[in-house]
Design a protein. Structure first.
Length: 289
């Protein structure tokens, strides 16, 4: 007498696995693999590493890594550093928090192109800001905040700070406030509460915010073209990739530059994540009173 087969229980969400894998492969894995293979097939021949040799021997290409780092690192430090005191001051739910949060969403919705266009209008040579400085006799020489390094850096701060602030605010409000209250009952000052409680708990989240802000700033392109000097001090690595692809029509070299761009970001992000291991990594949230 045969034993009846037991019914097979299927995961009701199992049907989502296959489409999700297809989605990941189609949008992430395949483009990366295609670009990686293309970078080792140079258009003019010369061996698999010809494009990489070209990049690191061409004085108009390899310095773009340094130029991009000079823009991305300060922008990341400023955005994350300023977001901490602002988020800490607005950590309690209040009309000010809602107003500031709503106000900072505007640069995010505008995008880098519209931000750059606005900066050309207000920070350009004939804009209201330079004219105000000269009219108040605060600065007598010509004020140049566009078409140079400072214009691109300011645009990265304007477009990147709201993103860093909103992330930092979510981390700050997720810390259990009873920890600080308990420290206050033991005589800890507000600075001691921040330095010994809030900051160690906030540091893992700040690391993730810094990683995302750095990746966003490192991929700068519209601001470097509209507000910088693409042929000079703000010739970032994305411009070199665009020139290789759309001016020289060398898509293999452009893929090589894109791979190197991602590799540099991977090194910096990996270094920040590795440094996070030396700090507190336990839970930072809990019941809020």
């Amino acid at each position: 007498m045969s034993t009846p087969a037991l019914p097979v229980r299927r995961d009701p969400k199992g049907w989502l696995v296959t489409p999700a894998l297809i989605f990941i492969v189609a949008l992430f894995i395949y483009p990366f693999a295609y670009g990686l293979v293309l970078s080792f097939t140079p258009m003019n021949g010369g061996g698999a590493l010809a494009n990489y040799i070209t990049f690191f021997t061409d004085t108009s290409m390899w310095p773009t890594i340094i130029v991009t780092l000079k823009l991305a690192v300060p922008a990341t430090v400023i955005n994350v550093g300023v977001s901490v005191p602002v988020a800490f001051a607005l950590r309690r739910t209040s009309p000010y928090q809602k107003f500031v949060t709503t106000l900072l969403v505007i640069p995010v919705t505008l995008g880098t192109v519209l931000i750059a266009d606005g900066m050309l209008t207000y920070f350009g040579p004939n804009g209201w800001f330079p004219q105000a400085l000269q009219g108040l006799h605060l600065y007598t020489d010509e004020v140049r905040l566009t078409h140079n390094y400072w214009g691109v850096l300011i645009s990265l701060i304007v477009s990147g700070f709201p993103f860093a602030f909103l992330l930092t605010l979510s981390y700050v409000t997720g810390i259990d406030p009873t920890l600080a209250r308990a420290a206050a009952t033991l005589g800890a000052s507000p600075w001691q509460q921040f330095r010994q409680i809030y900051f160690p708990l906030l540091l893992p989240g700040l690391t993730m915010t810094a990683c995302l802000s750095f990746v966003q700033a490192f991929s700068v392109f519209p601001s470097a073209v509209l507000l910088g000097a693409p042929a000079g001090p703000t010739r970032v690595i994305s411009i070199a990739a665009a020139e290789a692809a759309f001016e020289s029509y060398d898509y293999s070299l452009a893929s090589t530059i894109a791979i190197l761009m991602g590799f540099v970001q991977l090194i910096v992000v990996g270094g920040m994540l590795y440094a996070r291991r030396f700090f507190y990594t336990g839970p930072v949230t809990g019941g809020k009173g």
